[in-house]
Ligand binder design. Sequence first.
Ligand code: FAD
Ligand code: NAI
Length: 467
Amino acid sequence: MATYDLVVIGTGPGGYVCAIRAAQLGMKVAVVEKNSTLGGTCLNVGCMPSKALLYSSELFEEAGHSFGKMGIKVSKPELDLPALMNFKQQGIDGNVKGVEFLMKKNKIDVVSGTGKVLGTGKVEVAGADGKSQTLETKNIVIASGSAVANLKGIEIDEKRIVSSTGALSLEKVPEKLIVVGAGVIGLELGSVWRRLGAQVTVVEFLDRILPGMDGEVAKQFQRMLEKQGMTFKLGAKVTGVDSSGKVLKANIEPAAGGAAESLEADIVLVAIGRTPYTAGLGLQEAGVALDERGRVKIDHHFATNVKGVYAIGDVVAGPMLAHKAEDEGVACAEILAGQAGHVNYDVIPGVVYTTPEVAAVGKTEEELKTAGVNYTVGKFPFTANGRSKVNQTTDGFVKILSDAKTDRVLGVHIIGREAGEMIHECCVLMEFGGSAEDLARTCHAHPTRSEAVKEAALAVGKRAIHM
Ligand code: FAD
Ligand code: NAI
């Protein structure tokens, strides 16, 4: 029987990063993975494939719409969907191989099969060949991630009624696509298929898109997506999909009640959130407590109620984001090694990788209002940013929220191209408890879109230069 310091169940960004950090700190580590490839949701059917499709579909649209105005003459671009999917797959394979390499480099044993927690110090692994083995270990980290949330009464077949997984691998561009849920997945994958030619209708239960994001940003973003050709039905829910005919018929009802309507589609994408994945882990038998939403309950040190059993990532509370899972993986490994591992949950950026991108860190205006915090807003539009003007990419703005008394930055919201890259200087500033004045007095290279961040910080003190 093999003996380890740490066995990690799951090799998504939470699990594999935790394993690497633990190995760096001198622990003997094994990872257990039931999937045939490493990397979890993120690398196989999440972050990475969706970003590959967002990239290629964006270039496809640009070639058709934007090149001409820059004086670049190309004939009408033609879509080769199998080749585009192959481009995506090559990206997935490259990243998955990268994780395999990192496991070898850090001398981490990869055990293939489904891991089950037998209690403190023991993990049973059932291989695909039906054979089982038991790993002995000082500590166990559960990093089993999340799975698609189902919509009652609608069966996902991953062919015509799909989750994000099916939507990443459609064999044909749908003529009509209905997206259920105007969250991150719905808007990213809805954008991909709209760019490739689908007519996209997004049905959202709430009266706004992207709940949780700053309201002003969400409103502007919706307008931009509508201008691109996406249709929104807000305050509405899909209560059933009739798949008996050649064309799907979705039954849509107002959330507040009222007359239903039927909408036709070739594909329906269900993107109403994800749920923690704990099936097959034997948590009930092992006595590991879950919370009211089925997430593994942990304390501030990622410890469950069972000695030596920890949990991180999508399977525990908090935003379901790869970088949150990674940071928890690092912190958990450091705590196991006796160090002071820590995650600052107040500074976790969130990015929607559409065009334009939406990026946020810290509090929204709505959250500050609810908390009764006195704040100042500094805003700067990309229409007034030289680089954006010259590139004709002026959609969006930067909005900085700072404490009215201390000037400490409490939240930053950016909508615009490259917002997902630009947000990070604000994250660093907030990590160090910096003020809008600190940002405003930091020299920014010219001409960059990041100058809009500096100008928004100057606008907090009502002294933006270019506005
Ligand atoms: P996962 O990545 O889900 O990995 C869990 C792993 O555990 C899986 O490989 C699973 O097979 C394995 N496992 C589960 N149970 C067992 C068991 N009993 N035994 C053995 N193995 C087991 N986040 C971002 O930050 N940025 C993005 O751009 C982004 N895009 C996304 C796009 C899509 C379409 C989706 C679906 C998600 C996206 N996410 C994104 C979310 C991101 O994928 C997750 O937050 C992240 O993968 C969570 O990491 P994790 O390690 O907790 O779990
Ligand atoms: P989400 O929670 O972002 O959005 C789900 C949306 O569906 C919400 O707007 C919700 O109000 C709506 N909804 C719920 N029930 C509904 C119903 N019955 N009818 C109509 N609308 C309904 O979830 P999503 O988009 O599925 O993403 C899951 C997770 O994956 C998220 O937590 C997200 O963090 C992560 N993710 C992150 C990405 C990124 O960081 N760029 C990209 C994709 C996913």
